[in-house]
Design a protein around this ligand. Structure first.
Ligand code: TYD
Length: 139
């Protein structure tokens, strides 16, 4: 199996921000602001200090990660190069297409990571073993 994409296919995407004296509003629409149809939304919260999430790749799932509250870092790794993104605003997010290893870390207190996914949950879509992941990038 060969998995496509490199860290250069990972992009920060600005979302609309409707500023108002009553507070700001942002939104995201499938196939408009992000290049996929949203099949699932999940969120990561109450992360104890120093904990790391992720640490795997997806064969099919594309995703878009937003720091709705607080901040954290996302490290994307294509087996050749790594890039670190700091997410700390709710009006932009990180698009990560399939085939990339990624890890979330350095969560601030009360941070909330919302992940929009192009697929339903399927454990078979995960590659959780890094040496196995590397093999998929080098064929
Ligand atoms: P996992 O994706 O490994 O978490 P993270 O990448 O943030 O460390 O998921 C943790 C557990 O939750 C794992 O047993 C699978 C389960 N899970 C679901 O059942 N549905 C989902 O949509 C997600 C994302 C995870």
């Amino acid at each position: 199996m060969y998995l496509p994409n490199t860290i250069n296919d990972t992009t920060l995407i600005d979302l609309p921000k409707i500023e108002d004296d009553r507070g700001n509003l942002s939104f995201v629409e499938e196939n408009q602001h992000i290049p996929f149809k949203i099949e699932r939304t999940y969120w990561i919260y109450d992360v104890p200090g120093g904990q790391v999430r992720g640490g795997h790749a997806f064969k099919e799932q594309d995703e878009f990660i937003v720091a709705i509250s607080g901040s954290f870092n996302v490290i994307v790794d294509d087996g050749n190069e790594k890039k670190e993104f700091h997410l700390n605003r709710s009006y932009y997010g990180l698009y990560i297409p399939k085939g990339l290893w990624r890890q979330l870390e350095n969560f601030s207190t009360n941070s909330l990571a919302v992940v929009l996914s192009s697929t339903l949950f399927d454990e078979k879509d995960y590659i959780r073993d890094y040496p196995e992941y590397l093999k998929t990038k080098r064929q």
